[in-house]
Design a protein around this ligand. Structure first.
Ligand code: HEM
Length: 247
């Protein structure tokens, strides 16, 4: 007997496995936001639809983008089915980009002193750290367009393999700007754990750790690759001499 999911086209982004990814990442972000701000903290439920959903959306966006760069590298899931793994990577990257877009739009609705007094000076303008943070956020969002656009089916052929890869790697730069976005807005709050509601870490701190993971893993893998190349070069350099000695 065939299951309904077996009949789905293999490239379909919406399928049971990707829905599980969505439920886990978005669900965890939403539950954490509700617990930290409504249940342990004192944010009234009237602010759930915009303020709290925005927090969950922003954390989930970082989680999805990071996952799209970690699956197959440190998350060795779906290794038995490379095609499915590519679908999951694509799903995570695109959902991350869309959620980041939703977060940016919700944030524009919220960006006023009544919600974020720490971002504003007395005359109603943004202070230095808020300006830096918002600029980094906007650049991060625009940079995320590059890997999102290159996932379109016609793109590998249209731009060629090397440029396609470069387009995908722009996502790492986007994550670096997201790190600036978060450090600029959050670092002061990270220094006072005694004030964290229920001892729960700020979302900005969790997100920065998640955003840094792909950058750290990439650096480590690059170093390993360089070391392997160097090893091969030294082996190749030494082999003719050995042959010569033998001769
Ligand atoms: C136009 C671009 C962006 C704007 C205007 C923007 C605006 C904001 C604002 C106002 C906050 C404070 C929200 C709060 O504390 O409740 C925030 C926090 C945050 N943003 Fe963005 N953002 C942008 C892009 C991004 C992108 C591209 C990402 C990641 C993919 C991102 C991830 C986050 C995260 C994780 C937080 C922390 C939320 C928290 O600490 O509660 N943002 N952003």
């Amino acid at each position: 007997m065939t299951r309904d999911s077996d009949k789905l086209p293999p490239d379909r982004l919406v399928q049971p496995v990707t829905m599980k990814w969505f439920a886990v990442i978005f669900g965890a972000s939403l539950v954490y936001s509700i617990v930290r701000y409504h249940l342990v903290g004192d944010t009234p439920w009237t602010h759930f639809p915009l303020f709290i959903l925005n927090k969950a959306t922003s954390l989930a966006a970082v989680g999805f983008v990071a996952s799209s760069y970690l699956i197959g590298k440190i998350f060795c899931w779906h290794d038995h089915n490379k095609h499915l793994r590519l679908v999951v990577i694509k799903f995570c990257g695109l959902v991350g980009f869309f959620l980041a877009g939703i977060h940016a739009s919700l944030s524009f609705c919220l960006l006023r002193p009544a919600y974020f007094a720490k971002f504003f000076v007395e005359d109603g303008r943004l202070n230095f750290t808020a300006e830096l943070s918002m600029t980094a956020g906007v650049i991060g969002l625009f940079l995320l367009m590059s890997p999102a656009i290159t996932t379109l089916p016609m793109m590998p052929k249209a731009v060629g393999g090397w440029r396609w890869k470069r387009g995908q790697r722009v996502g790492y730069l986007a994550l670096a700007f997201v790190v600036i976005h978060l450090v600029a807005m959050g670092y002061k709050g990270w220094m006072t754990p005694s004030k964290w509601p229920g001892g729960l870490a700020p979302i900005s701190l969790i997100a920065v750790i998640v955003a840094l993971l792909p950058l750290i893993v990439r650096r480590k893998l690059e170093r390993q690759k360089q070391a392997r190349l160097k090893e091969r070069e030294t082996e190749a350099d030494s082999s003719p001499t050995e042959t010569g000695e033998e001769g």
